[in-house]
Design a protein around this ligand. Structure first.
Ligand code: SAM
Length: 256
């Protein structure tokens, strides 16, 4: 479980935010853009009453929204603090569960009707980890199931994306010019105001359109829609990617 300790940078972040009295770090369940996007995605794919898996679920905003829409929900995240917070946020929904899991290393058992990743994929920085996660996600889905990657870090200009190999976390620290430990001052919500908290930068790995399409298609997904998102408080430049695990012809299924 702890083979990728650098992905636990978020655990430290959540702990620092809550210790400072902050309400949350990530999305809120009443985030209008997220609510609207998930409502349409659920309707378009007839997902009410279906089993949805969320990777990198954080504090559970996606879970609350999907449960309110009538979906059965399971969320996973590597951060113990986030998983506890999400479980608490979901306590009134009998068909919602959460567990702690490293989405790079661990396969989620079972087969789901759909999957959501809300700003999770871009946290994975090495080529190997990104490919391993997409493979795990693909495996956890039924044939024909949709997967929505919401607000992943994106650059429209390919020149702004690092295109060389990223083999280790140390490689990425040099490329991103960060150390993941030096704290910087950030603000988070507390009541009707804000609280200041000193937390290290956790740089996401952005990609351009072709780069994302290539990563997803290599994992077996088909990409149905690539939507550039507006600049928001949560992330400056991002894209949402509507992918699907294709139906495999039964002959090719029997071969493997
Ligand atoms: C930007 S936050 C997004 C959280 C939430 N989806 C939201 O939108 O509020 C990224 C999340 O990815 C989780 N994460 C990072 N690496 C992970 C891994 N290897 N396995 C599972 N979760 C991971 C972090 O703990 C964090 O909760």
């Amino acid at each position: 479980m702890e083979k990728n300790p650098y992905y636990l940078a978020y655990e430290k972040r959540y702990q620092a935010v809550f210790a400072a009295g902050g309400e949350r770090w990530g999305h809120a369940p009443d985030d209008k853009e997220l609510v609207d996007t998930l409502t349409k995605w659920v309707e378009d794919n007839h997902l009410r009453g279906k089993r949805i898996l969320e990777f990198a679920c954080g504090e559970g905003a996606g879970g609350v929204i999907l449960s309110s829409l009538g979906c059965s929900y399971h969320g996973v995240d590597i951060s113990r603090t986030a998983v506890e917070k999400a479980a608490n946020a979901l306590r009134m929904y009998p068909n919602a569960t959460v567990s702690r899991l490293d989405m790079v290393q661990d396969v989620v058992p079972g087969q789901y009707d759909a999957a959501l990743d809300c700003m999770g994929f871009h946290m994975l920085v090495t080529d190997g980890d990104r490919a391993a996660y997409l493979k795990n996600a693909f495996q956890a889905l039924k044939d024909g199931a949709p997967m929505l990657f919401y607000k992943e870090s994106y650059r429209s200009n390919p020149a702004e994306v690092y295109k060389g190999p990223v083999c280790s976390f140390d490689d990425w620290k040099k490329i991103a010019n960060t150390d993941y430990t030096t704290p910087s001052l950030r603000k988070t919500k507390m009541g009707s105001g804000e609280v200041e908290v000193r937390i290290p930068l956790v740089p996401a790995r952005a990609n351009d359109r072709d780069g994302y399409l290539k990563e997803m298609e290599q994992a077996g997904f088909t990409v149905e829609q690539f939507r550039e998102m507006n600049i928001s408080e949560a992330i400056q430049y991002s894209a949402s990617i509507y992918a699907r695990k294709p139906f495999l012809p039964s002959a090719s299924k029997n071969k493997s």
